[in-house]
Design a protein around this ligand. Structure first.
Ligand SMILES: Cc1cc2nc3c(=O)[nH]c(=O)nc-3n(C[C@H](O)[C@H](O)[C@H](O)COP(=O)(O)OP(=O)(O)OC[C@H]3O[C@@H](n4cnc5c(N)ncnc54)[C@H](O)[C@@H]3O)c2cc1C
Length: 472
């Protein structure tokens, strides 16, 4: 049995970004994936002139490491970038209303009652509070009142994270806002101070982007790094400690042939239930913690339509649906407005997200039911007439892990159990954020940790370093 150095189990964006940063730091990692293609949930699909995404469709970024990865992997020319100031809509009393993005416009909007406006305007005066188990609903209600929770934050959490604001952990899913409160006492003063810093060039500018050819360009390019060795259709089925040091990992190929190899470092980047199965015999407590992570199901429904069959100008990113509006989906993104290559000339692509933690039963609707219910809502909201010329739906039984109230205790326990096993790492979207951006950052941090430990344990090896900025 030959010994290799670093194995990454799972070639989704979490595993690939860890591998990519390791490769940039001079290592030669191996990535195993059970599926016939790398990229995990991220997949871009071209058909009939439409380009649709199975999962991540927009990368919202404000981290320089993400820029660094995009540039170093040669994707800068393929990037389609949008500012984060594009109009966003929300449904209010059965109509689309632009979400005011600046404070004066927010306070002037007729979406709020006078009482609601006063409550928002006095955010500066609300005493600092909060705790690590506080939910999004508790946090927003405490600082800004109920109206903004119901009309904006509730649909934001349901629409972007498939989560439920009554259960989602505020520190975990709203890190920037909760951080503003912790550092400056209020959002209003925090945002003001950040704006001043931003003018002086100390903060990163936010940007929303994808690529010509779709988000899968990113995972493809990472997997193509010359120092990364990828093995598709190779499923890890067992991990056990090796005699002296490192790990013996068994994988099964598509012909059912088992191969056992020895690695010094192993990164598990699969969804939590698979990680739990792999780790149960090594550390039952860790297996139990991972097994307990809940996931929400979600269906992505893409509708391609002729431009002239929709009355609305579609002049924004799309819209989110508050709970009380009782729509059949959580949000509807106008993909072809964001990224023009998503639909043929004279056509548009509208993508809806159905189900999530609040309405998991909707994921069992047939495609016909989903299309019918979605069209009924779209007819009223954006003036759709006629039928779609293109339909594609993608079902994810376990779409996204839910960062519910006790997220911090669980994450801490996971890290403390993991710390007992030298050379074993977890890099996946049930820790440190679900977004593609957070996956890239976590990959960089995990890679740096591995490179540092290699350096410590083998001082004879040449020093490797990727970027000190990410090793915090
Ligand atoms: C519908 C949807 C929309 C989203 N939209 C956005 C968005 O617009 N913007 C954004 O930033 N994020 C978005 N996300 C989030 C983001 O896409 C995911 O969090 C991310 O892609 C998850 O990557 P991952 O590598 O952690 O997991 P996965 O992509 O699930 O990858 C895990 C990999 O492990 C492999 N595997 C499993 N078991 C084994 C085994 N035993 N051996 C070997 N390999 C194994 C699997 O085959 C898979 O390739 C969205 C997610 C979903 C579901």
């Amino acid at each position: 049995m030959c010994e290799a150095n670093i194995l990454i189990i799972g070639g989704g964006i979490s595993g690939l970004s860890t591998a990519w940063w390791l490769a940039e730091g001079g290592a030669r990692p191996e990535v195993w994936d059970a599926a016939p293609r790398m990229g995990g949930k991220i997949r871009s699909h071209s058909e009939s002139g439409y380009l649709t995404e199975d999962a991540a469709g927009i990368l919202m970024n404000f981290h320089q490491e993400v820029d660094q990865l995009v540039e170093a992997s040669g994707l800068s020319d393929k990037k389609i970038s949008r500012g984060t100031d594009m109009r966003r809509y929300v449904v209010h009393k059965g109509e689309l209303r632009p979400v005011p993005m600046k404070l004066p416009a927010l306070l002037a909007s007729s979406m709020w009652s006078l009482r609601g406006k006063l409550r928002m305007a006095t955010e500066l005066l609300v005493a600092k509070g909060g705790h690590e188990r506080e939910t999004v609903s508790e946090f927003i209600r405490r600082r800004l009142g109920n109206e903004i929770l119901e009309k904006v934050m509730d649909p934001f959490i349901a629409g972007t994270l498939a989560s439920d604001p009554d259960k989602a952990n505020a520190w975990a899913v709203l890190p920037r806002l909760t951080d503003l409160e912790r550092r400056y006492g209020s959002f209003t003063s925090g945002m003001f101070i950040n704006r001043v810093l931003h003018k002086k060039g100390r903060a990163n500018i936010a940007e929303a982007f994808s690529f010509f050819g779709g988000m899968a360009q990113l995972t493809k390019q990472m997997a193509a790094h010359p120092a990364i060795n990828t093995r598709k259709e190779f499923k890890a089925v067992d991990i056990e400690p090796a005699d002296k040091d490192g790990w013996r990992v068994t994988g099964v190929n598509s012909q059912g042939i088992e191969i056992t190899r020895r690695f010094k470092q192993v990164v598990i980047s699969t969804p939590a239930p698979t990680a739990a199965n792999l780790l149960n015999s090594i550390n039952g407590e860790l297996g139990k913690l991972l097994q307990g992570i809940e996931y929400a199901p979600l269906t992505v429904l893409h509708l391609g339509m002729t431009r002239d069959s929709i009355a609305h100008p579609l002049d924004g990113t799309g819209f989110l649906a508050p709970r009380q509006e009782q729509l059949s989906f959580n949000g509807n993104i106008w993909m072809s407005t964001l990224f023009p290559d998503r639909a043929p000339e004279g056509k548009v692509l509208l993508t809806s997200y159905i189900g999530g933690a609040r309405h998991p039963h909707r994921c069992s609707w047939s495609e016909q039911q989903m299309v019918g219910n979605t069209l009924q809502d779209l007819r009223q909201l954006v003036g759709v007439t006629g039928e779609p010329e293109y339909v594609r739906s993608v079902q994810h039984a376990q779409a996204l892990p839910l960062y519910h109230g006790h997220y911090y205790e669980r994450a801490e326990s996971v890290r403390s159990q993991l710390g007992k096993h030298r050379g074993l790492h977890l890099a996946a979207n049930y820790l440190d954020g679900v977004s593609a951006r957070d996956r890239i950052i976590q990959g960089a941090i995990t890679a740096q940790r591995i490179l540092n430990s290699r350096r410590q344990s083998a001082s004879r090896e040449p020093t490797t370093h990727i970027n000190p900025a990410v090793a915090h």
